[in-house]
Every structure is written in structure tokens, then in C-alpha cells.
Design a protein around this ligand. Structure first.
Ligand SMILES: O=P(O)(O)OC[C@H]1O[C@](O)(CO)[C@@H](O)[C@@H]1O
Length: 533
């Protein structure tokens, strides 16, 4: 059964939220804290090794109640059931959306087989039993893919660097040949293994980069590609046509979207880099979050609460962006990964009935690890004019036994959400400036004022492990789903991306033939002329 199509703005919850917004939009979160010493307790969720504090938001109990009734009115429960049941909820591609099946307890037979194949392969590579064409052990893995076939494996491999074995890992994704050239400069073809990841096996970037690497092997007199190339694809035929041995092809399925695929054989590089057991832990963490999402009341449900808060800011406060700030340097690639997940999924403007919609959907996601970003863009958070709801993600325990330094990092983590909440008042500034000449103090005082009242969520996790990372990724995956359901859009297609691909395929022959096509806009034509000259 397809998802229901309910325009959220026609629900009574939406109307009530609109009225409610006008009543509370200028209130100060800090005043609410002062009036209610139980506020933190009211707006927090403890789940396993996760703790979510969402009390530093522009919400009252009434707001939460109305947001929860919005979820009920659009029948989120029905959507969750259809999602996990494997109904065709990706209607425009006529597909089920079942990345959750890759990590559930009783996995489908084909998934079990693929996992066994991954385990066997990664163990062979790690233990040095997989030999290159000249008989040497594999030392370097090169993952070739783009979008979901790159961002997921790259993010997890790099985030879990602490758990990595001796294998060196590289990721080639860009059409820009400089990326692959720089990587090939530093690796030995005799000990390199390439994992070509492409669900379609037709993506220009991936095929071009793979061909470049093939040539590089040939230039080094290595022609037995079966020892140096494996592929992950839903298009086994095309992978074989490319020259990959059929025994070296791992499956992918049309019911797994590229940006949700790291749990499948797309995660083969992860499994090689951190070992299959850790890969299984990652799946387990995701499964536990799936269970939490599926079975917990909305009021206590982490992904539901995060999704509703985001809708509150996006659609009522008209916030245009949302930031995600992990206080762990290991999570450097987390935001670029989520940018694809969130923006490719929910950057849509047509309802599930096919009509244009007149309200905002997908938020713009950005961010970087703290504390670096405090010295980069946090000034704009504190004193800029924009509202930027932010998720702060931190870990209680450090991985590299340097507790003192971790305490300093975490002091910054807690201080930032406090500063964003409290700001700095005129009175506090006057007190600070009392020893300065009064004229000068008066002059600089307005520049030092910090308004505060900026919304944040704090997600505090016990420790960065494969399992907790699995839960964290799954948490955001479900947030994407919930928001798509409420916004009444299709989250699992990406037709917009196709247009650029089509136009590039028209421009390339013009470049090759140095000949401008007639029916093209004059800007593109003149740019091409300049490129030719
Ligand atoms: O795995 P493939 O088929 O090469 O596709 C790569 C990426 O291209 C897209 O289709 C569009 O950017 C993504 O959704 C996908 O992750």
C-alpha cells in the first residue's frame, strides 16, 4: 500500500501550531528555565547509551503536544508500518525502502548470503590470504564510487579509524582526475585492491575512475584484474561487461537506496578496514535504533522528537538551515554524509499526489566538528541575524586515553549550548566593563551584547563505538523518513540529480568536437567558446 497523502498544512495541528507560534515566538527559553526548574527533566530522553537533551529549544509543553498531534494527524504510525513492511513507499521508482532489513534480526536469505560473502572476503584480505597478481598480500583498499557508494563507506571507515586494522584505505569519487591521480601516486599496484561500488554500474564518475585505475594497473604490467578488482552492484551484467570476474561481484538490491546502503555490501570497505565483527556491531547499533523508533511512543521517541523540532523551526520560524556539530574529530565526514542523506531525500517540492507544494521542505544541512568551528563560524551563531537550530553531538569517554584533553573539549561542548541559550546581557557587560572609562564602555557595550535564545539539541553518547555509530546514523535516517512523511513528499527518489547528468552528456560531445550546439542558452555557449580557446 502506498503512503497516505495528507497536506500537513490542512491538519488542525498545523493550524493550532501557527496560532501557537505567534503566541510564543518572542519568548525567551531562559525565562522558561527560570520559571520551571524541572524543564530539563521534561525535555530529555534517555535511551541505552544515548541521552538527548532538547530542553534548550523554543518549545513549551504545549508546543510539543501540538507537534506530536501533527505526527498523529498525518498518520505517521501507518507510514512506519508500511516502511518496515516493505510496501512500495518509493512510488516514483516503484520500490520498497528496506535498508532496515539489512540489519534486522531475521534477515532475508539473500542478505545473509551477501553478509557471509563479505565476511569471507574481508577475512581473506585482512589475513593476507587474498593475494595480488604477483603473489603479494593486499595492503591498500581503494573504494571507487560516488554519492551513497562513497560517502557512507568513507564516513564510517574514517569515523571508526580508532578500530582500524593495518589496511590502508582510499576513496576515489570525483570526476576530477586529480583526485585519483594523487592517490595512485602513493600506492603500490601489486598490493592494491579496488572495490568498485555502483548500484547502477553506470555512473560516469565511477566508470571513468575505474577505467583510469585499470590503465594504471596495465601500465604496471598487471593484467589479471580478478586479483585486484571486485565490485558491488545491483547490475551484475554491467559489472561483468566492465571486466569484473563474476565471483568477485557482491550484490546490491533495488530496495536499498544508495544513500542508505552502507549496511549492505556497499560497506565492504568498512568490513575490510575494521573487520567483519565490528561491521556486525555497526548493524546491531542501527537495529537497536530501528527497534526504538518502531516501538516507542512518539513522546519518548528520539528520531520523532528530532524530526518534529526540525519541522517547528523550518516551517514556523522559517529557519533555512540546520547545523550539526559533532565534538569528535573522528566525525569529520559525518556532516558531508548527512548532507546527501538529508538533502537528496527531502529536497523536494511536489506533494505525494504530484502537486506543487506551498510550504518549505528539506533543510540545508551544514556543520563541522567542534571545537574547530568555534573559531570559524560560531561568531555568526552567537551574534548573527539568523536562526540556526543545531545538534551538538558529544561522547562521554575519549578513545585515546587523554581524559584531561577530553574534559577540555567537553567543557567547550557544554559551554557552547549554554552560551547559545543565555547570551550575555547589558548588565553582565556593564559589570565586566566597570573599570574602563565610561565613555569607552558605553561605546563598545552594544557590540559585546549576545542575544542568546538560540535553539540547540544535545546528544550525549557514552563512547564512539561501531555500535553507537550505527545507532547514530540510523537515528538520522529515521528523522529523514519522518520529515518526508510529514511534508508529504517522496524521500527516496532523486530525479533532480538526473538533469545535470543529462546536460553534461550533451556538453561533452560539444567539447570533444569543439562545436557549439545551436539551441543552447547564450551564457553556456559563450562559456564553452571561452573554454575551447
Ligand atoms: O551507486 P551508483 O548507481 O553509482 O550511484 C551513485 C549515486 O548517484 C546518485 O544516484 C545520484 O547522485 C545517488 O543517489 C547515488 O548514491
Amino acid at each position: 500500500m502506498p503512503l497516505k497523502s495528507i497536506d500537513p498544512t490542512t491538519t488542525s495541528a498545523w493550524k493550532k501550531l501557527t496560532e501557537h507560534f505567534h503566541q510564543i515566538k518572542d519568548e525567551k527559553i531562559l525565562d522558561w528555565f527560570q520559571k520551571d526548574d524541572k524543564r530539563a527533566e521534561k525535555f530529555q530522553i534517555e535511551w541505552r547509551d544515548f541521552f538527548l537533551d532538547f530542553s534548550k529549544n523554543k518549545i513549551s509543553s504545549k508546543t510539543l503536544e501540538l507537534l506530536l498531534s501533527l505526527a498523529e494527524e498525518v498518520d505517521l504510525n501507518d507510514a512506519i508500518e508500511k516502511h518496515f513492511n516493505g510496501d512500495i513507499i518509493n512510488e516514483t521508482e516503484h520500490r520498497a525502502v528496506l535498508h532496515t532489513d539489512l540489519r534486522k534480526k531475521n534477515k532475508p536469505e539473500e542478505v545473509q548470503q551477501a553478509l557471509a560473502q563479505m565476511k569471507n572476503f574481508s577475512e581473506k584480505v585482512i589475513e593476507g590470504k587474498w593475494k595480488g597478481a604477483t603473489g603479494k598480500k593486499i595492503e591498500t583498499i581503494v573504494n571507487v564510487g560516488v554519492g551513497g557508494s562513497d560517502l557512507g563507506p568513507k564516513m564510517v571507515t574514517n569515523t571508526l579509524k580508532f578500530y582500524k586494522n593495518h589496511l590502508e584505505t582510499h576513496f576515489v569519487s570525483n570526476m576530477d582526475g586529480d583526485q585519483v591521480a594523487e592517490i595512485l601516486k602513493h600506492i603500490n599496484p601489486e598490493t592494491a585492491l579496488v572495490i568498485v561500488v555502483s548500484k547502477s554500474f553506470g555512473t560516469q564518475e565511477t566508470i571513468t575512475n575505474s577505467n583510469t585505475i585499470k590503465k594504471w594497473f596495465q601500465n604496471h604490467n598487471i593484467t589479471d584484474f580478478s586479483k585486484h578488482f571486485v565490485a558491488v552492484s545491483a547490475n551484475q551484467e554491467k559489472a561483468q561487461e566492465f571486466g569484473i570476474d563474476y565471483k568477485n561481484i557482491f550484490p546490491m538490491w533495488d530496495w536499498v537506496g544508495g544513500r542508505f546502503s552502507l549496511w549492505s555490501p556497499v560497506g565492504l570497505t568498512i568490513s575490510c578496514a575494521i573487520g567483519f565483527q565490528n561491521f556486525e556491531e555497526l548493524l546491531l547499533g542501527a537495529r537497536e535504533m530501528d527497534d526504538h523508533f518502531q516501538k516507542t511512543d512518539f513522546a519518548e521517541n528520539i528520531p520523532v522528537i528530532l524530526a518534529l523540532l526540525s519541522i517547528w523551526y523550518n516551517n514556523f520560524f522559517k529557519a533555512e538551515t540546520e547545523a550539526i556539530i559533532p565534538y569528535s574529530h573522528y566525525l569529520q565526514e559525518f556532516v558531508p554524509y548527512l548532507q546527501q542523506g538529508i538533502m537528496e531525500s527531502n529536497g523536494k517540492s511536489v506533494s505525494r499526489k504530484g502537486n506543487p507544494i506551498n510550504y518549505q521542505t528539506g533543510t540545508i544541512i551544514w556543520g563541522q566538528p567542534g571545537s574547530n568551528c568555534q573559531h570559524a563560524f560560531f561568531q555568526l551563531f552567537h551574534q548573527g541575524t539568523k536562526i540556526i537550530p543545531t545538534d551538538f553531538i558529544g561522547f562521554k569517554k575519549p578513545l585515546n586515553k587523554n581524559k584531561k584533553q577530553h574534559d577540555k573539549l567537553m567543557a567547550n561542548f557544554f559551554a557552547q549550548t549554554e552560551a547559545l541559550l543565555k547570551g550575555k546581557s547589558k548588565e553582565e557587560i556593564a559589570e565586566e566593563l566597570k573599570y574602563i572609562d565610561t565613555e569607552q564602555a558605553k561605546k563598545i557595550s552594544p557590540f559585546k551584547e549576545v542575544e542568546g535564545n538560540k535553539p540547540t539539541n544535545t546528544i550525549l553518547i557514552e563512547k564512539l563505538t561501531p555500535k553507537s555509530l550505527g545507532s547514530l546514523i540510523s537515528m538520522y535516517e529515521h528523522k529523514i523518513f519522518i520529515q518526508g512523511v510529514i511534508w508529504n513528499i517522496f524521500s527516496y527518489d532523486q530525479w533532480g540529480v538526473e538533469l545535470g547528468k543529462q546536460l553534461a552528456s550533451k556538453i561533452l560531445p560539444q567539447i570533444k568536437n569543439q562545436k557549439i550546439e545551436r539551441n543552447q542558452d547564450s551564457s553556456t555557449s559563450s562559456l564553452l567558446k571561452r573554454y575551447f580557446s
